[in-house]
Design a protein around this ligand. Sequence first.
Ligand code: FMN
Length: 376
Amino acid sequence: MRTELCDRFGIDYPIFVFTPSEKVAAAVSRAGGMGVLGCVRFNHPDDLDAVLRWMDENTDGKPYGVDVVMPAKVPTEGTAVDIDKLVPQDHRDFVTKTLADLGVPPLPEDAARNEGTLGWLHSIARSHVEVALKHPIKLIANALGSPPKDVIDQAHAVGVPVAALAGSAKHAQRHADNGVDIVIAQGHEAGGHTGEIGSVVLWPEIVDGLAESSPDTAVLAAGGIGTGRQVAAALALGASGVWMGSAFLTAQEYDLGVRSGEGPSVIQQALLAATSADTVRRRIYSGKPARLLKSRWTDAWDAEGAPDPLPMPLQNVLVSEAHQRMSASADPTTVAMPVGQIVGRMNQIRPAADIIAELVAGFEAATRRLDGIRDS
Ligand SMILES: Cc1cc2nc3c(=O)[nH]c(=O)nc-3n(C[C@H](O)[C@H](O)[C@H](O)COP(=O)(O)O)c2cc1C
């Protein structure tokens, strides 16, 4: 399974994995893929710097990348305190009542309160780029738009290619016009912020559009990939590689989220139990449409009388402590977690290297099957 991206990045397989966990990112890179660390959760650049130092020491010299979030349209800038003041009291009351109705316990008195995700403010995301470029990163990816031109130039000046997620052919073209090197064509079924068009329609549409106008722009296929057969489908539809997120949330190395004892975390327990029908695409996580695990929390926001979600970044500031309380509550029915429809196939906890090995084996089996069909 080699494409031109393997030579370009010095990786064995064109499998790029977005993950918020440095443990998973490092394991993916060590296993021959490209681990890409999500930076949005780092409100303080020093914390990111420390984690990237850990990555430098734990990737055996294999390449890794980072992912930042610079939305093309940012409604608000400011500190956590400034933004907090903009959250309406009615919304706060709804969250308080919902947590009480769902029986979610309060955090212990002495627990540090999560101040909300600020990494999608440009000021913070730029600090992520500054910090990341001091490390030997091999890729910067951006969600929710092209990064600003000066950020693209800054990355290119030190030879780091830039990728950006696109949910439509129009967005893909805009990225290419802005100087983005790799477009991640992300279908509707993906976890996290996602658009309206399904992967099987979107991937070839973006591949064909860019082949004509911007032949140097590579395309990664994302959204719904969890098996080697799906990797084969993505490459058959013209992508130069795949970009995955959800399937690695049940990697053994994934260590974010609270564990009650030895077994999987509460979040992983919820993911293992879910079917492909158990996701919803809602604005309640961040203010922009994102695919989430369906839970009693998402149901509460769908019920009559629930308020409309706030715009980004206010909504996450509103719900961040609620997310923290639900993750700590040991009740898998009330987690707030982005995940894609492939969650229905995420049925065991395994090392990231095993997931990669199965993707490669599944790809080979699928292509052998096709060879058999062609030759019969
Ligand atoms: C828990 C989670 C968090 C995500 N956060 C981000 C993010 O911060 N930045 C980003 O570019 N993409 C993010 N995504 C989307 C992934 O980069 C990726 O495009 C998506 O997971 C691919 O589809 P899949 O979930 O079907 O594999 C997230 C996805 C998940 C599941």
